[in-house]
Ligand binder design. Sequence first.
Ligand SMILES: *Cc1c(COP(=O)(O)O)cnc(C)c1O
Length: 249
Amino acid sequence: MPKIRSMTTRQLLEQRLAHVERRIREAEIRFGRPPGCVQLLPVSKTRPAADIARLASTGYRAFGESYLQEALGKQEALTGLDLEWHFIGPIQSNKTRPIAHHFDWAHSVDREKIARRLSAQRPADLSPLNVCLQVNISAEAAKSGASPDALCALASCVGALPGLRLRGLMAIPARESDFERQRAAFRRLREAFDILNADGLALDTLSMGMSGDLEAAIAEGATLVRVGSDIFGARKKIGHGANGNNSVS
Ligand SMILES: *Cc1c(COP(=O)(O)O)cnc(C)c1O
């Protein structure tokens, strides 16, 4: 596509971003969601700080990162920009301290031990860390996430931790080629969300939907979609996937 090759990186990024924004708006309309109710969280993992700066100059402040060391490097390079950082990758015990110190959100809290460490290590001069509980909604053995059965207990534990503010749920369901089946997976997360809210937890964030399935997620009530490749272009395979062990960091 010679036309695309002649575009600058910035133009290409803005064009892809506009396309994703349009998909979100169209899905909101199509599924009867209030206009503007779905937040787009650009996922900048594996992308250079310069790409984040380009997006920040168009008004985006919040960015999702999965690989800790990589994220810390970009945060340092971009300190002047006052960005909001969301950790969305798997959280091992030895990463809780830097996450508690350097992030505003963690979407991937899936067990009590990790939650307690994040709360205890959250610096007192920062507001509580915003947390989503990651749920293994497709019950896939290889994926991280709390089992739906364990969710209520985990939510009441996290809700009581002083260094954390429980905001909602997150999931990465298995990819389905059929739209209705994809919706059904997201529906299970939304139903869990509704149950916790009926229990009085006041959750406001349903973090679900990525490049390939954001329409199905919006149909089922997503309030935040995490989009990487459809904004920044396809990622190079570097030996870790969206849900795998982030051994590179
Ligand atoms: C990488 C990643 C995304 C973005 O995935 P894309 O398919 O590139 O949009 C979203 N959520 C999580 C947890 C990820 O690791």
